[in-house]
Design a protein around this ligand. Structure first.
Ligand code: SF4
Length: 436
């Protein structure tokens, strides 16, 4: 049983998919991005963002819009092709691309032939070294031609937004997809050569109770998902107006959310999954599990990952690029993104430089979230101690000989403990999701 300590969960905290987090981004010089591209001296990963979906789900907090205007979609893809060529020309030819991730939105909102064109453009522009390719997919628009294209391109990893199998809750969140549809999509992806298949699932949904959540997890295990990301609904209607269609009064309270997170964790372990970080799970022979067990787990904008590349280049509207010396985010608005790229500019809109102090704090935060422990320098320990004392007194972590270690009960509090080393949190007024 995890201890329920609401006072330690009361302050919303970042998800720390980067450090510094996106809340700290400000204006940046596009020249700094240009220089960072030319300076790449390591393995790198590519992230390609498709900000469109055929249907918009009411709970969604992603940067995405409706895909039904074909001209707009075609203009976006043209700009994306242009950005791929421009950015690829700046990356030194001896850099090696090991991973390519397509996310969104829904990459399968575009035509399968357009997806092949994007992969061809990446192949021409970047030094690809037999990369692992992963794609986020909406099962509602996953067609046979898409299966053929995934097979042809050699996509090994896919992730589907499932959220829940409960038909009433699907109605309440604006995402109706019967279990038979998910089953067919799963079979199609397996036939297409996908060996690592992730289901995104949620707790804290409107009208959801413990039994309903566990039933969805049981169905997920029966369908054979290799990975599961189990998120609590981040209900921020002021930030995401589409969420106003969800009735706040239908949402489970904080106590129920905590119980769901804990029961979900136990049920997935009972089904043979390994816990990965604080909200991912994977079967023991999946690469993500193997990375977690062997201490090679990392965290990036897509969550917990076995991708160890120190550089990620983000392509497309709102995509984020990470370099040791700085983080850069492209213009979020797809129209303005097209204008920037069309005018011969980089699409960079904001970001932040990273200094040595940021990098050592990033290492500590990653250690806490990925491995449950981190080496901490004396000066940072002294600075963080007043914030950390409540977690230490609650028996959730301890420090010995400069190593901070979280106990087995600390999982729901890991983000809160990590935030003790975040020098920006003292000043930020930005909204974050609840830790649970
Ligand atoms: S399919 Fe995914 S990205 Fe698109 S609206 Fe739904 S949740 Fe958001």
């Amino acid at each position: 049983m995890w201890p329920y300590l609401p006072e330690l969960l009361a302050v919303p905290v970042p998800r720390y998919t980067s450090y510094p987090t996106a809340a700290e981004f400000g204006p940046v010089d596009e020249r700094a991005y240009h220089d960072a591209l030319e300076d790449v001296q390591s393995d790198l990963s590519l992230y390609v963002h498709i900000p469109y979906c055929h249907e918009i789900c009411w709970y969604c907090g992603c940067n995405t819009g409706a895909a039904h205007r074909q001209k707009r979609l075609a203009a976006y893809l043209e700009a994306l092709q242009h950005e791929i060529a421009t950015v690829g020309a700046l990356v030194p030819p001896d850099a090696r691309v090991r991973h390519i991730a397509f996310g969104g939105g829904s990459p399968n909102a575009i035509a399968p032939t357009d997806f092949v064109r994007l992969v061809d453009a990446l192949t021409l522009a970047f030094p690809l070294t037999d990369p692992v390719i992963s794609v986020e997919l909406d099962p509602r628009s996953l067609s046979e031609p898409w299966g053929e294209v995934l097979d042809h391109v050699g996509v090994q990893r896919a992730s589907m937004g499932v959220q829940t199998f409960d038909p009433a809750i699907q109605q309440a969140i604006g995402r109706v997809q019967p279990v038979e549809l998910i089953e067919r999509a799963t079979q199609l992806l397996r036939r297409s050569g996908v060996t690592s298949l992730n289901f995104d699932l949620m707790y804290g949904l409107p009208g959801q109770d413990l039994d309903g959540l566990l039933a969805s997890l049981d169905t997920t295990a029966r369908l054979g998902a290799d990975r599961i990301a189990l998120f609590g609904l981040a209900y921020l209607p002021d930030m995401f107006p589409r969420q106003r269609r969800i009735e706040a009064t239908d949402l489970p309270d904080a106590v129920a959310r905590f119980a769901m997170m804990e029961a979900g964790y136990e049920r997935l372990l009972a089904h043979g999954y390994e816990p990965v970080g604080f909200d991912h799970f994977a079967l023991p022979d999946d690469p993500l599990s193997r990375a977690a067990i062997s201490g090679r787990l990392h965290r990036n904008f897509q969550g917990f990952t076995d991708d160890s590349a120190p550089v990620t280049i983000g392509l497309g509207a709102s995509a984020i690029s990470v370099f040791p010396q700085g983080i850069f985010q492209n213009e979020k608005n797809a129209g303005r993104y097209r204008e920037l790229v069309g005018a011969g500019h980089h699409a960079t809109a904001k970001g932040i430089a990273r200094d040595a102090d940021d990098r050592r704090r990033a290492r500590i935060i990653t250690g806490i979230l990925c491995h449950g422990r981190a080496r901490v320098d004396g000066d940072l320990l002294a600075e963080a101690s007043p914030r950390m004392v409540r977690f230490v007194e609650a028996g959730l972590c301890s420090v010995n000989n400069g190593t901070l270690t979280l106990t087995g009960d600390a999982l729901p509090y890991a983000r809160g403990i990590a935030a003790c080393f975040d020098r920006y949190r003292v000043y930020s007024t930005r909204m974050f999701s609840n830790a649970v």
